[in-house]
Design a protein around this ligand. Sequence first.
Ligand code: UD1
Ligand code: CA
Length: 462
Amino acid sequence: MALEVIILAAGQGTRMKSALPKVLHPVAGKPMVGHVIDTASGLLPTKTHVVIGHGSSLLQDFLSRNYLSTDEQPCRNLIIAEQTEQLGTGHAVDQAMPSVDNDSTVLVLYGDVPMIRQDTLEQMVAVAKHQKLALLTVEVADSTGYGRIVRNASGAVEAIVEHKDANAEQLAIKEINTGILALPASWLKDWLPKLSSDNAQGEYYLTDIIEMAAKLDLPITAIQPSCEEEVQGVNNRLQLAELERWHQRQQANHWMTLGVTLLDPNRVDFRGDVHIEQDVSVDVNVIFEGRVRIGTSVTIGANCILKDCEIADGTVIKPNSMIDGSRIDEDCEIGPYARLRPGTVLAADAKVGNFVETKKTTVGEGSKINHLSYVGDAIVGCGVNIGAGTITCNYDGVNKFQTDIGDGAFIGSNTSLVAPVKVGKGATTGAGSTITKEIPEGALGVARGRQTNLTSWKRPTK
Ligand code: UD1
Ligand code: CA
């Protein structure tokens, strides 16, 4: 039976105190609603409906940038439903119903409950597909604010009573509604129009359908998550930070289990799609972002940021280095304080040292750029030594030009290479030269003022 997911994301999130809609606040670098959509997509739903309201233009931007294809054809079958007035969770689900197929199973998720796990949802959907109502509930120490799960004498779920509508006996119940449920779409289509807003909050509660189901003697199955954090909703920035820390620690534990040394598992952040091989050592305050692949026995020093990069086995990255959009082969040495910008490719055994910036540059095997240089739009051959203070002058204010440095070349310190320019194989540049013309293979290019010594010169006196 087809599955359709409805994600509620229309609420304002007043307590975030933010111009950004709550569900766009990130956990591990990704908006909360993005986590929910991605997890749901693992269930291969035929459609995913996102109910938006507050901050709808920003949400629409995010969704179309990440989840809708450019030709307006929704990939992943994402459908946006607008809830112009927030009249309650029941009303919110109802906004998506016109485009929900009658014979599907519906799974309702919250955009502000980002850590929900796919296997928990799979259990719920499996239950709901057998014409049952699956409800995700959890026992908490403090149930303040939540809907309480009311069970009858034989333990069957009878109703959900919202905190504000609960009597003293119901308030004492510790089993609460997480808000996540799954059921046949046809039941929702029957029941949603029958909801009333005659309650303490004057809202159309989705939770009222539980009592409707119980009265019809339809089976209700309560399922529990693997841990409380999985169903933790975010209402303010404190809860957001707590969930972020929890999620980060989960990932740190995962990588340690797989043979990665984290010098302090509480001081490393994984924000994206990261894969790390065995015997990698990661010092404190390292941030992984985007798609990152780290080979075996790589060493990463303190305070490094590694974004969208591949680092092959045995490479050593020293502290305070930033690597972005780059590919690094085996046994390279980078940093401290190196900045590798997008398009940097280092072949094996290359060295990029302190205060060196590279961009759109290929560096050949065993080549060294050890200190204080900018190398952009360049092809550097093998076994090249680039002296301190070398600059590729790659930009005339409008266009970018390429610098080619042949194998075995030696670039003297403080050379300016005015691109487009070529330095032949085995060629040398004199320190302090401004190179504007090709240097042939093996030649020395010197382009600087000759030194004159004035022996009769007197230093001014006061
Ligand atoms: C809801 C449940 C409660 C449960 C709690 C778990 C109801 C009536 N109550 O309460 O039983 O314990 O969640 O956190 O369902 N939303 C909309 N449109 C609306 C109202 C809400 O999209 O008109 C969205 C919100 O953005 C949010 C979610 O639905 O993502 C839950 O809304 P919220 O107001 O937080 O529900 P609670 O009152 O906390
Ligand atoms: Ca809530």
